[in-house]
Design a protein around this ligand. Structure first.
Ligand code: GTP
Ligand code: MG
Length: 193
């Protein structure tokens, strides 16, 4: 698989813009500002192909990145950003729900959680809702450069206990340190091989 050839193939704001068939998809979800777009750029080795911002709520559409003929990596809009207007939040929620329910080619979900905070109720909801829908889940604790090595281990253990995960389902990640990138790539490759 050649991640250097990646292109942004489609940006979906509306249900009829979703890509529901074709190559396999792996989606990246998590609360706003957790680092989804940054993680994708790190995988792609590109600076800002997926738009990154310090202001939460940057990604407002579902973005389909075509990696090669076999695969899309999909950047989902973040949830839980309070300042987004009610009707806009409902539009995102409805679009995400449709996406999860209708994308038969969705092979796996990467759920990102900020390593500095406990999972929020929205993280729990996403976990509970998608667990029965999808077989393959990877949990990525982001921004681990901002916490101590001791705290990383504790946070990892807590998450495994709380969500009932196996060790190989959890990755500690940092765009600054480069931690976790190879594990995530391996998980993706194993899924589509
Ligand atoms: P939305 O599109 O709003 O849902 O956010 P997102 O999840 O795509 O987050 P994004 O990638 O835009 O990153 C949010 C902020 O966190 C940016 O300022 C990033 O530079 C920062 N950030 C992301 N990952 C890391 C990391 O591993 N370490 C540090 N220190 N900062 C990070
Ligand atoms: Mg984003």
């Amino acid at each position: 698989m050649n991640l250097k050839q990646v292109t942004l193939e489609k940006t979906a704001y509306l249900p009829d813009q979703l890509i529901l068939t074709g190559p396999a998809q792996i989606a990246f979800a998590g609360r706003s500002n957790v680092g989804k777009s940054s993680l994708l750029n790190k995988l792609f080795n590109r600076k800002n192909l997926a738009k990154v911002s310090q202001t939460p709520g940057k990604t407002r559409s579902i973005n389909f990145f075509r990696v090669d003929p076999r695969l899309y990596l999909v950047d989902l809009p973040g949830y839980g950003y309070a300042k987004v207007a009610g009707h806009e939040r409902k539009r995102w929620g409805d679009l995400l729900e449709l996406y999860f329910q209708q994308t038969e080619t969705l092979k796996g979900l990467v759920h990102l959680i900020d390593s500095r905070h406990d999972p929020t109720s929205l993280d729990r909801q996403l976990h509970e809702w998608t667990s029965p829908l999808l077989e393959n889940h990877l949990y990525v604790l982001t921004k681990v450069d901002k916490i101590s090595t001791n705290k990383r281990k504790q946070t990892e253990q807590r998450l495994m206990k709380e969500f009932g995960l196996r060790q190989e389902q959890v990755v500690l990640f940092s765009t600054e340190l480069g931690d976790g990138k190879q594990k995530i790539l391996k998980w993706i490759f194993d899924l589509i091989e």
